[in-house]
Design a protein around this ligand. Structure first.
Ligand code: 3HC
Length: 691
């Protein structure tokens, strides 16, 4: 037996119950349809079709889920090996005996497509079905775009495929995708009984391919409009639309061929490679090489948050939503009341949109214990300090916590730039001190940088990395340095954009170059959104943003910053802003250079970000290049279809990057001095991201 054959026999079990043949696949963790699994399903169908005692066949999976789709890792090694998806779907669909898919967990992508190629689908209520391919820069390429519209209509199918969101089994049953809902825990017996019924009724058994497509091209236009924001920069949505158009205009077989063509184009696209990289990158961040499964995870039953301002409030909300009670500490009653009122207002706004009931709001609020003294933190398992970015204040608080908190409590700081080791030195237990760096708004942004100090204990890191999942954040581990990972690399983009503003480059041009790259918002518009006062807080000496703040131009919230804003937040250019910029440029003596090419602007903004990422790797601040990508994407909305700064750096190639940095260094100075790692990769021909 060859290797593939051996693997196939390991994942396949065929058995017979009465007159029903069962094809059971066990390929943990998610029964992805790898080459071996595809071969195994085909073999299982062959075995039962050859057995005269079998009248109908049930396909089911062992473990936590029905097939969760193609094995995404195989897409890095094209062409797809035989038996391919077409062979699998054709075998299932042309089976002489009726085939029933028995679904639990998540039938996604190729898994859902296999279910659609079967004659019938039975599912438990907790199951979900869907097409997440769009998130991987792909389309359902195993018949999904041709079969689904034949079951639920063109518009509904396009909506489901473009959204990428799985649909619960009950909804799928309503839509006509699932034929029978089985009682939870009774999937196999229900599917067997169902298969016996259909076998008894006799042929012909329904095939999705034989149905007419309901709904025409007009439905496609309406759904396209609904998802229009998804199209910019991404290649897959446009291809998905074309595949659905083919379902409407072409016979089934031709539609399938068109789908395969479009799928093939996406499979080799840069966008899909980038999005697949991000899929694996996001799952890798939680893995810390020197922290194995043997390191204990400590229970976090009660949390203390210090500071009820914007950050503290947002951080608190994360824990409340996870059902973890929070003792919220402020120094003054008024600030505490304001903080609590803001949290309640946020939840009430969600309730007003119908996404929460008022009872739920009250329940969440009841988990907060508002207090005015740090002494109340004596029994918490974790404290997150979120006060002013001022080292002396933070050290003072940690010194106090040292005397108050119980032994074994984790002491975390939400500092975004300060030296965590210095903060830890204010305690007698630096091994219990860690950084938990949230991004604003903390209840929304999905990134949590977990900062590992020189002495932070392994169980503390393991616990906080795990806790990130509980509060629905993606953790990225960072070492101690100014700005950790995301802020450290992205600071260059801000600094360079400011420099170019002073050189007289039009604000709109700077923003446009970054919009064209894929950012939803350019750097100047972003500064106005964050608030210039927030950004200059703590800065010493005269700064451009400081001059804006002094002139009452604090950003969008005051209706004016770098741009003027109308009531609809539409930005226009401002003479007053131009004068502030001109005056500051004169004050600093910066030489005007307004006519820079868009390419020069792009390189100036982005190359130093990649270069700084390389320095983070050299210094061991980031564990791996893909972590930096995740930090930039989740912390700064870096466009996903570029794969993040480091993956993008690989796309340009280290040699081009090195040359670009050297040119920029020659013109603009040491901010562009190439990192040793960039030089090394350029010489050796290596990549930042190695998977
Ligand atoms: N291929 C390869 N590996 C996969 C995978 C897949 N389709 N789905 C999950 N995995 C791996 C993950 O990388 C992870 O590996 P690790 O333990 O080494 O980190 C492991 O399985 C568990 O995954 P999660 O941590 O994500 O587990 P969850 O329980 O949180 O989520 C899931 C399970 C909902 C199935 C989620 O993994 C998921 O969404 N998977 C991707 C599903 C998908 O995109 N399917 C479509 C694939 S493309 C396709 O089918 C093309 C077709 O049209 C031809």
């Amino acid at each position: 037996m060859d290797v593939e054959g051996m693997m196939m026999s390991e994942v396949l079990t065929t058995r017979v119950a009465g007159n029903i043949g069962i094809v059971e696949i066990a390929s943990p963790p998610v029964n992805a349809l790898s080459t071996a699994v595809r071969a195994a399903v085909i073999e299982g169908l062959r075995v039962h079709n050859a057995d005269d005692a079998v009248a109908a066949i049930v396909i089911l999976c062992a473990g936590r889920t029905f097939f969760a789709g193609a094995d995404i890792a195989e897409f890095d090694h094209l062409p797809i090996k035989q038996p391919d998806f077409d062979a699998l779907m054709t075998t299932a669909e042309s089976s002489p005996k009726p085939v029933v898919a028995a679904i639990h967990g998540t039938a996604l992508g190729g898994g859902f497509e296999l279910a659609l190629a079967c004659n019938y689908r039975v599912a438990v209520p907790s199951a979900k079905v869907g097409f997440p391919e769009v998130h991987l820069g792909l389309l359902p390429g195993a018949g999904g775009t041709q079969r689904l519209p034949r079951l639920i209509g063109t518009g509904a199918a396009l909506d489901l495929i473009l959204s990428g969101k799985p649909v619960p089994a009950a909804k799928a049953a309503e839509m006509g995708v699932v034929d029978l809902l089985a009682e939870e825990g009774k999937l196999e017996e229900t599917a067997i009984a169902f298969a016996q019924d259909v076998a008894a009724k006799g042929a012909p058994w329904p095939k999705v391919r034989d149905r007419a497509v309901a709904g025409g091209l007009d439905e496609i236009e309406a759904i396209k409009a609904k998802h229009k924001r998804q199209f910019k920069g991404f290649k897959a949505p446009g291809h998905i639309v074309q595949a659905l158009e083919a379902a409407v205009t072409l016979p089934f077989e031709e539609g399938l061929r068109r789908e395969q063509e479009l799928f093939g184009e996406l499979l080799i696209s840069r966008e899909s490679a980038a999005q697949r990289h991000v899929f694996f990158a996001q799952r890798l961040t939680a893995k810390v090489p020197d922290i194995g499964k043997d390191v204990p995870i400590l229970p976090i039953r009660k949390v203390g948050v210090i500071g009820a301002g914007t950050m503290g409030g947002g951080i608190t909300m994360n824990f409340l939503q996870a059902g973890v009670p929070v003792t919220l500490v402020e120094m003054k009653q008024e600030a505490l009341d304001r903080g609590i009122a803001t949290i309640r207002k946020n939840y009430e706004r969600t309730a007003a949109k119908g996404r929460m009931t008022m009872e739920q709001v009250d329940k969440l609020m009841s988990l907060i214990d508002p207090v005015l003294s740090l002494d109340a933190l004596a029994d918490v398992d974790l404290v997150v300090e979120a006060v002013f970015e001022e080292i002396s204040i933070k050290k003072d608080i940690f010194g106090q916590l040292d005397g108050i908190c119980r032994e074994g409590a984790i002491l975390a700081s939400n500092t975004s730039f300060l030296d965590l080791d210095d903060i830890a030195s204010a305690t007698s237990r630096p091994e219990w001190v860690v950084g938990m760096h949230f991004f604003s708004p903390a209840n929304v942004m999905p990134l949590l940088e977990v900062v590992r100090g020189a002495k932070t204990g392994k169980e503390v890191i393991a616990t906080v990395m795990k806790l990130a999942g509980t509060i629905r954040k993606t953790p990225v581990l960072a070492g101690v340095c100014h700005g950790f990972i995301a802020n450290r690399i992205m600071e260059h983009l801000i600094v360079q954009s400011q420099q170019m503003v002073l050189e007289g480059v039009p604000l709109r041009t700077i923003d446009k170059v970054m919009n064209d790259y894929g950012f939803a918002m350019g750097p100047i518009a972003m500064l106005d959104l964050i608030g210039l006062d927030v950004l200059v807080h703590g800065a010493s000496g005269r700064t451009l943003m400081g001059d804006f703040v002094a002139a009452g131009r604090r950003g969008q919230k005051t209706g004016k910053g770098f741009y003027d804003y109308d009531a609809d937040r539409k930005a226009t250019l401002s003479d007053e802003a131009a004068k502030i910029i001109g005056d500051f440029a004169t004050y600093t003596g910066i030489a005007p250079d307004p006519g820079q090419s868009e390419e020069n602007i792009r390189q100036r903004l982005l190359y130093p970000v990649v270069n700084e990422g390389a320095k983070c790797l050299e210094e061991g601040i980031a564990l791996r290049a893909s972590d930096i990508d995740v930090a930039a994407i989740l912390g700064y909305n870096w466009p996903v279809f570029t794969g993040g700064p480091m993956f993008w750096g690989d796309t340009i190639g280290a040699a081009t990057l090195l040359q670009g940095l050297k040119d920029l260094e020659g013109r603009y100075g040491s901010a562009f001095t190439p990192a040793a790692l960039v030089q090394k990769l350029a010489t050796e021909g290596g990549r930042f991201v190695n998977r």
